[in-house]
Write a protein that binds this ligand. Sequence first.
Ligand code: HEM
Length: 147
Amino acid sequence: EKEKGLIRDSWESLGKNKVPHGIVMFTRLFELDPALLTLFSYSTNCGVAPECLSSPEFLDHVTKVMLVIDAAVSHLDDLHTLEDFLLNLGRKHQAVGVKPQSFALVGESLLYMLQSSLGPAYTTPLRQAWLNMYSIVVSAMTRGWAK
Ligand code: HEM
């Protein structure tokens, strides 16, 4: 319960518009693995450049990812209700060529974003709480991926 509070409060403290935080997250992700950029069909002749990360397509995906995290935060008490959605989401990523190992990099990038946004409020228990929630999301997506 303490974990849920840490997650809810920190997520809320990022503000209403989560897209800028999503951009920080995906900038980090593409730094960790630039090859992931190529999975976006519209990334042709675009590198890990800020121009690419401001293209409508990337912003669209960033927005979708932030909405999924937002849904998970809103459903901390009943994450299982998102199961079918997440299984299906994992399957869709299998179809577009994303490997489950890459989901872990997204987790790392999420923590990186939280650390840079929260500053001193980013504590070990907070980090652990987010890791726990994210691992539930990724485990469902990975099961869907493998189906
Ligand atoms: C769709 C890539 C991780 C949420 C897509 C698409 C691509 C993609 C290429 C299809 C085009 C589009 O809709 O923009 C990636 C890559 C990831 C990643 C490279 C890094 C590993 C994630 C994560 C989430 C997520 C972690 C959520 C937690 C979504 C959603 C869609 C989507 C909601 C739309 C699915 C639909 O059409 O119903 N992703 N994705 N993605 N992605 Fe990701």
